[in-house]
Write a protein that binds this ligand. Structure first.
Ligand SMILES: [Mg+2]
Length: 438
């Protein structure tokens, strides 16, 4: 039986619900709904004008409905009178293909039919900056190699602890918080779980981090490369496929792994699928103009960009696109902070299942430092260098068209192309410096 949101509200003292959904560009949109109206919305959905969001809808389209998923309910820890619920988008009585949460559920249903359940964890890096977005929030955070800097992380304790306390209260099983590789950069980790749960938490984590920072007079940004000389914000994801009960990790192997990484044949097929489609998925995993300043980046002040530049995998080696840190799972390091939390999961699963269906082989792992010896990986495909190339690759990718549907890909490509064109109409300082005296 579906959970009754009105009943939950009465038990927990909820006065308002944030009925929320994410559009194709990852923007979180909501209506703040008094509890008296939640019963009707749980049944019929909350109405929205789709043209107002990034969904490729026009003002002539009928109402868009956000159908709350009561399983996603969160009582906001710092505003207990508010409940948050994630929605699937519906139109004309059926789920909307362009809804990122619907797209993920479609891939999850496909996996379920094959007997699989995907579990994932995400690592959302972010910078703490001033309100204007022009500088780091902490002007004492200047060390050249600031990763794990105790002094700097503790200067942000009032904010970090508030976010961590909230995750503890929500029982996400958070387990560590640290200062990351760039000045002003942090990462907070919680346990992996089912892909949809992780995606909903990822959406809420971004909202929570921003909201708590704003209440402290600063700003959190997940922008892929907010400062050219500093390490960018990645969003690495760890994944494994389990049986439908969620008890047995099918990426683990009882027997010998001839490649020595402790992965099952199924894991290698899944990995083969990810490697097959990775280049074409950058438009989804690295979805902004700015994303491509993180990929293929020059060295940062800390000495490394920590971002991949080619489609390779290795063992516990952070210079590759895919790292296998432990037996039974692997980490995809391609995505950045701008990635849509639902499309991140949908893209990985769609590519991985294609690998399983077509028995794709990722080849042997590479045990080299890709930043120093990348030239040795002669056959490795290189990631696109800008958003335009990435959009064109996605547009042409038959695997993603088949998995996510033409309606979804066409809408995404159209909106992203408009984004690229908007950027192209921008006259930059670089152009003036290099062209004024032509
Ligand atoms: Mg990190």
């Amino acid at each position: 039986m579906e959970k009754d949101l009105e009943k939950i509200a009465k038990e927990k003292g909820i006065k308002y619900f944030l009925v929320s959904w994410v559009d194709m560009f990852g923007m979180l949109r909501s209506k703040l709904v008094p509890t008296r109206a939640i019963k009707g919305m749980q049944k019929n959905g909350a109405g929205f004008a789709g043209f107002a969001a990034y969904l490729d809808l026009t003002p002539a389209h009928p109402d868009l409905f956000g159908m709350p998923d009561p399983d996603s309910f969160i009582q906001i820890p710092w505003q207990k009178e508010i409940g948050w619920v994630a929605c699937d988008l519906w139109m004309n009585g059926k789920p909307l293909e362009a809804s990122p949460r619907v797209a993920l559920k479609k891939q999850l249903a496909r996996a379920e039919k094959m007997g699989y359940r995907m579990k994932t964890g995400v690592e959302c890096e972010f910078h703490l900056i001033n309100k204007e977005g022009t500088a780091l929030a902490d002007d004492m955070d200047t060390h050249a190699k600031p990763c794990y800097d105790q002094q700097a992380v503790m200067r942000q304790y009032p904010i970090i602890s508030k976010i961590a306390d909230a995750m503890l209260e929500l029982e996400w099983n958070p387990y560590q918080n640290d200062h990351e590789d760039s000045n002003g950069q942090f990462e907070m980790n919680w346990d992996y779980d089912d892909a949809l749960k992780t995606a909903d938490r990822h959406v809420f984590f971004k909202y929570m981090t921003r909201a708590i920072c704003e209440s402290h007079g600063i700003r959190a940004t997940f922008m892929p490369k907010p400062f050219m000389n500093l390490t960018g914000n990645g969003c690495h994801a760890h994944m494994s496929i389990w049986d439908l009960d969620g008890k047995k990790n099918l990426f683990s192997t009882d027997g010998e792994d001839p490649r020595g990484l402790g992965l099952s044949p199924l894991a290698y097929q899944f990995l083969g699928g990810i490697m097959e489609s990775a280049v074409d998925l950058t438009a989804i995993f690295n979805p902004t103009v700015n994303s491509f300043k993180r990929i293929n980046a020059p060295r940062t002040v800390s000495g490394s960009s920590w971002a991949p530049n080619a489609v390779t995998y290795g063992g516990n080696n952070r210079t590759h696109m895919v790292r296998v840190p432990d037996p039974g799972r692997f980490e995809l390091r391609l995505m950045d902070g701008a990635v849509n939390p639902y499309l991140l999961q949908a893209g990985m699963l769609a590519a991985g299942l294609d690998g399983v269906e077509n028995n794709r082989d990722p080849g042997d792992p590479l045990d080299i430092n890709m930043y120093e010896e990348g030239h040795l990986a002669k056959d490795a495909r290189h990631l696109p260098e800008n958003l335009l190339d990435a959009i064109r690759l996605l547009d042409d990718n038959k695997i993603m068209r088949k998995a996510l549907g033409d309606e979804f890909i066409d809408a995404y490509v159209k909106l992203k192309m408009a984004d690229w064109n908007d950027f192209s109409h921008h006259l930059s300082t670089w152009e003036r410096q290099h062209t004024l005296d032509c």
